[in-house]
Design a protein around this ligand. Structure first.
Ligand SMILES: [Fe+2]
Length: 494
């Protein structure tokens, strides 16, 4: 960031979130631009956000638009010319652009946990610290104390803690047991309130604003989630190549949709301009059906050897055009440990594939031409659908939004998602991604939440016996495709 801008912020005792700082830094005189914004703000914020800038500028001029993210209106101090203008783009040809892929965060080769008691307490302490850090910059939590101190106060209290337990009283109200390193405190949420409707999951890290009672309870007035700061702009790369997302291919299953996959492969090799623009093909887990994943699975397998399943997948991926680099992460059906974070598929599987295929862990954060992509198979959707009212297998995007609000991919420990207590909680969404992709539920979706593009990447399997039993209708053979130059996406059906 511009150094003078940092100094000016420091003088005011304020911080700016990344989107606001980037926006101000782009103007010819960032300090003057900052002073103009401060002069118009009624209250001095602790962290200056794009929302503040937009509010100040709202009455001035209509906004310019970059990508699909509305950019702020230019105030008098920031000439319109300094606001990035939408560039005319044509879709690029993948073969003309060099690969630009780098892993930002991945457990592969870094796992240290052995499942000892010490591992568990260190894991939860790391989760509390990592998400606590995101909560502490929230304006509402200025002056937050630890729980031991909060319990001794008689006025309004603010604190950050992990939800050790959620229970319902006989009258139907809710009590959260919230703990930090110092103590545990019961937090009361009255039924029928908005707070009550926004359900809290066990093991999530939250901020609480409330009032203590004489009985040692805290009556919650607000529950603060770390959430995603607003006003993020898509980085819009110079190379307007595309990325296609697939998931849950389930090669080896009798219900694998080979004909649809072949139609996808034919289209990928066609002269279609979008097909020719696909530089990356991300496979978000459950790439094969596996063996012994659920009882009597063998009755539903067309290939009953897991290596033969990966060999078949390798053959299918080799038929994809050379301009598409394949990135594979594992899911709960794949041949790695089921506990998340999962490392990349083992070497004896990787060697079956050609050099066009890369293997990463689950979850994995990687950059494609500077666009930050968080890829997660999505096993925890089972816990979200089970524990959060209103969530459904048919609308995975809703679940993904709840993960972003909590800045955690799988908050519930000891539910349906097995979690390995690593020294560092790799399931915390510490940096906000530009794109968040998941699969697992065999549905499809594309939406945006506060500037983060969310994608659920469909499946290549027709209804299984398990899905029939649970009344889940899969939406298969759809491919979400995103242009890295604009952030715009489309879903193609095969
Ligand atoms: Fe799955």
């Amino acid at each position: 960031m511009h150094e003078r801008l940092l100094d000016a912020l420091a003088k005011r005792g304020a911080l700016a979130d990344p989107a606001a700082a980037e926006y101000l830094a782009r103007s010819p005189d960032p300090v003057e631009a900052l002073e103009r914004v401060f002069a118009k703000l009624a209250n001095m914020p602790l962290v200056l956000t794009m929302d503040d800038i937009l509010r100040v500028q709202g009455a001035l001029r209509p906004s310019a638009v970059v990508g699909i993210v509305p950019m702020p209106v230019a105030p008098a101090a920031i000439p319109v010319a300094s606001v990035p203008q939408p560039r005319l783009r044509t879709v690029g040809r993948a073969k003309d652009v060099s690969e630009d892929f780098s892993v930002v965060r991945d457990i592969t080769g870094k796992s240290t946990c052995q499942g000892t008691l010490g591992d568990f307490s260190r894991y939860f302490a790391n989760r509390l610290e990592a998400i606590g850090k995101l909560l502490r910059v929230r304006r509402e939590l200025v002056g937050a104390t630890d729980i031991a101190r909060a319990r001794r106060l008689t006025r309004e209290v603010r604190f950050i803690g992990m939800v050790a337990d959620v229970r319902t009283t006989r009258k139907g109200d809710r009590i959260l047991e919230v703990e930090d390193a110092t103590e545990t405190v019961p937090v009361f949420i009255a039924q029928g309130t908005d707070l009550f409707r926004d359900a809290v999951l066990p093991d999530e890290v939250i901020g609480v604003i409330g009032r203590p009672t004489e009985k040692g309870l805290i009556i919650a007035e607000q529950i603060i989630r770390p959430d995603v700061p607003g006003g993020r702009a898509f980085p819009a790369t110079k190379e307007a190549v595309s990325v296609a997302f697939v998931s849950d291919i389930h090669v080896g299953s009798r219900t694998f949709l080979g004909e649809k996959w072949d139609a996808f492969t034919r289209w990928m090799n066609s002269d279609d301009v979008v097909a020719k623009s696909i530089k990356y093909l991300v496979c978000a887990g459950d790439v094969v059906d596996g063996i012994g994943v659920y009882p009597r699975q063998e009755e539903e397998l067309a290939i009953d050897d897991v290596y033969a399943q990966y060999e078949e997948l390798a053959r299918l991926l080799a038929a994809m055009p050379d301009h598409a680099n394949v990135i594979v992460l594992p899911g709960n059906h794949d041949a790695v440990r089921p506990a998340e974070p999962q490392p990349a598929l083992p070497q004896n599987v990787q060697k079956l594939f050609d050099s066009n295929t890369k293997f990463v862990g689950n979850p994995c954060t990687f950059n494609l031409h500077g666009v930050r992509i968080l890829a997660y198979h999505g096993r925890s959707m089972d816990d979200f659908v089970y524990s959060l009212p209103g969530m459904s297998y048919a609308r995975p995007i809703d679940t993904m939004r709840e993960m972003l609000r909590r800045r955690h991919l799988a908050p519930v420990y000891g539910g349906k998602t097995p979690i390995a207590p690593e020294a560092e909680d790799h399931l915390v969404i510490d940096e906000v991604p530009d794109v968040f992709v998941a699969g697992h539920v065999h549905a499809v979706g594309m939406d945006e939440y506060k500037g983060v593009k969310m994608i659920n990447a469909s499946a290549w399997q027709s209804q299984t016996a398990y899905q029939k039993m649970h009344n889940i209708e899969p939406v298969a053979g759809r491919v979400p495709i995103m242009n890295l130059g604009t952030g715009r996406g489309t879903i193609k059906e095969f």
